[in-house]
Design a protein around this ligand. Structure first.
Ligand SMILES: NC(=O)c1ccc[n+]([C@@H]2O[C@H](COP(=O)([O-])OP(=O)(O)OC[C@H]3O[C@@H](n4cnc5c(N)ncnc54)[C@H](O)[C@@H]3O)[C@@H](O)[C@H]2O)c1
Length: 254
């Protein structure tokens, strides 16, 4: 029987246009949550929210640019005016960086763009969400960090730094918000089969090489990441504060 752990809860998901965010939005809705799907890709979140509604779920959508603070405030205002509050936020929107082995080829523009979405975006979202979470008695923030929050890969300094930053920011916010009953934690995917991965590794031989480096021997599905997001959002994770769940098939063990 399908569990309904989030019946009546209002859940906000950024980056819900595709991949991990969409999988989490669907999973929260299937468990009774009222879900706001937010993304830069307005058409995608509109279609995804309609699909959830057609499946019997409760959903709304809004365009957001998480690298823009007023846009994050509008996203939270939309959530509160549509569903009456905010209980759980999944801050997941992110972008990859180009891979270039020459460190000095990372341009200042690329650095600012990646940090703007991946790190500023998490801070802006959490800053905008906190008053609404406190007002509604909200209980959980989950941020999408990465295996790249713990290890470095060659040729992607902006992405690695942004995801290390998400880890630090998650710890800092966890300490500051726990007194309000808000648990802040992070999910740390390894390699996941999403459009972001497709963009980074179009060639089949590149995928095979990637899989060979993952101890479990395969790439994760977005649903496998969503499972841990829902766990962190649930009452079963009531004592997890500033934790990192590495959903990476063993990638960061050695
Ligand atoms: N796919 C992987 O292998 C992998 C591994 C580790 C971590 N991650 C992280 O998971 C998260 C989700 O990525 P995904 O793999 O599902 O990719 P994805 O490309 O499928 O989804 C990312 C979504 O974020 C949206 N987005 C981009 N910039 C935005 C902005 N400025 N404001 C709002 N939305 C914006 C995109 O439109 C897209 O819908 C990212 O934070 C990514 O860094 C992914």
């Amino acid at each position: 029987m399908q569990t309904r752990r989030f019946e009546g809860k209002v859940v906000l998901v950024t980056g819900a246009g595709s991949g991990i965010g969409l999988a989490a939005a669907r999973a929260f809705a299937a468990e009774g949550a009222k879900v706001v799907l937010a993304d830069l890709a307005e058409d995608k979140v509109r279609a995804n929210a309609q699909e959830i509604q057609q499946d019997g779920g409760i959903a709304s959508s809004i365009r957001v640019d998480v690298s823009d603070y007023p846009s994050c405030e509008q996203m939270v205002d939309h959530t509160v005016s549509t569903f009456g509050g905010l209980h759980i936020a999944f801050n997941n929107a992110g972008i990859p960086s180009p891979i270039d082995p020459e460190f000095e080829n990372c341009s200042v523009q690329e650095w600012d763009r990646v940090m703007g979405v991946n790190l500023n975006g998490i801070f802006y979202a959490m800053k905008a969400e906190t008053p609404a979470l406190r007002a509604a008695g909200g209980t959980a923030i989950i941020n999408t960090a990465s295996a790249a929050s713990f290890i470095a890969n060659p040729g992607m300094p902006s992405y690695i730094a942004s995801k290390h930053g998400v880890a630090g920011l998650t710890k800092a916010a966890a300490l500051d918000l726990v007194k309000y009953g808000i648990r802040v934690n992070a999910v740390c995917p390894g390699v996941v089969n999403t459009p972001m991965l497709a963009a980074a590794s179009a060639a089949p031989e590149m995928r095979a090489a990637m899989e060979a480096q993952i101890p479990i021997g395969r790439i994760a599905t977005p649903q496998e990441i969503a499972e841990s997001v829902l766990f962190l959002a649930s009452d079963a994770a009531s004592y997890l504060v500033g934790s990192f769940i590495r959903v990476d098939g063993g990638m960061t063990l050695s």
